[in-house]
Design a protein around this ligand. Sequence first.
Ligand SMILES: NC(=O)c1ccc[n+]([C@@H]2O[C@H](COP(=O)([O-])OP(=O)(O)OC[C@H]3O[C@@H](n4cnc5c(N)ncnc54)[C@H](OP(=O)(O)O)[C@@H]3O)[C@@H](O)[C@H]2O)c1
Length: 133
Amino acid sequence: MCAYLYEKDNYDIFLTRDCLAYSKVKPAVNQISTHPCFQRDSLVKFCQKHGICVTAHAPLGGAAANNECFGTASCLDDPVLKELAAKYKRTVAQIVLRWGIHRNTVIIPKTAKLERLEHNFQVFDLELSKEDV
Ligand SMILES: NC(=O)c1ccc[n+]([C@@H]2O[C@H](COP(=O)([O-])OP(=O)(O)OC[C@H]3O[C@@H](n4cnc5c(N)ncnc54)[C@H](OP(=O)(O)O)[C@@H]3O)[C@@H](O)[C@H]2O)c1
């Protein structure tokens, strides 16, 4: 059985701890918003320590519309990530996605553009140094 944690704002560390304490079936997956500009390291590590797979939704920092709506900056405009993209001769999106894979999260980027979809898959041959991760 796949116990899937899915709520509007998903399960933070307190809800996940509660869930582990009270549920009869251990959750398999916690799908949370996380990306380099919103790392949530304690929650990711807590889930992984307890054998819960973390799926990163909005792994590129979310839709442009969300950023406009909430006044947040897009991860893809981050200057440090732009520097890394130049260093590895990749795009910022590829650096961001590879970072998600490096930390053992499942990533589910969304795009409505075919060329970006293809491009977003081209991250499996990219190795970031430990320091850069
Ligand atoms: N469980 C939940 O509560 C929850 C919440 C939110 C989202 N999700 C899921 O998570 C997935 C992704 O979420 P999301 O769409 O909010 O965030 P996202 O994947 O981080 O970002 C999508 C945005 O990035 C753009 N993009 C994609 N590839 C790009 C690239 N290579 N270069 C530049 N821009 C790029 C897309 O624009 P274009 O389309 O124009 O390319 C779109 O504006 C979706 O499947 C969604 O259903 C789940």
